[in-house]
Design a protein around this ligand. Sequence first.
Ligand SMILES: [Fe+2]
Length: 326
Amino acid sequence: MSEAIADDAVTQTPLQKVWGEIEAHGLERYVAEMDANGYTVIPPELASPNGLCERLLEAVMDVAEKRNGVRPDLETGSTHENFKGRFQALAGGDGDSPIGDLMQSLLFEGEVFEEALMNPVLLTMASYLCGYSVVLSSMGCFMKGPNVSSFFLHSDTPLPSPLPPHALVCNLTYVLTEFNKANGSTAFVPGSHKWCRSPEGDEAKVGEGGNPKAIAVAAAPGSLLCWHGNTWHGAFNRTAPGLRVSVPVYMSRPYIRTQEGLVGEIPDEMLDRNPARFAILTQQGVAYGYKSQDDSMARGLRAFKYAKAYADEDGGPAFGAQSLYS
Ligand SMILES: [Fe+2]
């Protein structure tokens, strides 16, 4: 066999493909950090092209004003100070909300959120962790002012322990304001993704008297904070004035129950203005969830249409060989 024929005959595996993307975006050291520690911070110059961070921050401020009736005060955080809301319960009955306000389902709030999902650096990390058939589980915004409640450590993998070693889910969070301990940043236990279990009892506590292995992550606005779904994480309470703002893009393998139910819910106009992968990312390649045999047929054909379009766009092998029904 000649060398030319051999080259043509070689099918690029998904791992080879994603490694090429990692090299193309200069992400090698961040992937290594994530493999070692379970999380990494990709800096703004790589993660936030064309002022994406500033545009996302403006967009979530608009959403907050629309939903809550008042524009958030970034400087003092007075609009969210000791915010209680429906997530106060996460503090265990006392105190205030450990996550501040959570605004959900942002994908339909403007094209900048579609751009955030399609960011090639984000997609490379998601593909590395959860494969090319990865889907969006949810995109929201945490907005937290000065508060007294820390957020307990947990794993994002939605299964009881033991957890599989590979990532079933991953979290790619846009950091929109400065993250440090006083600002109530995310707490991580380095290396905990390898333990394949969720924290229990006192080891889940964050802050005073809490898990001594939990450290506060530091990240500049525009960074992308990425973690493996098994990694233990929570958050410190915010002691400084101002707002901690982030947009978590929570993603999963397609056979995991997603937080948002997007199958059949994305307008054609939104699908048409994006690459074919956008449909896969927004769950349109998922056929499960049928209500009858006829519905199963219809869903299968619909999912196949989107999966084929992505396979054609992508050159086929990385995604096309995977099950449509997963
Ligand atoms: Fe989480």
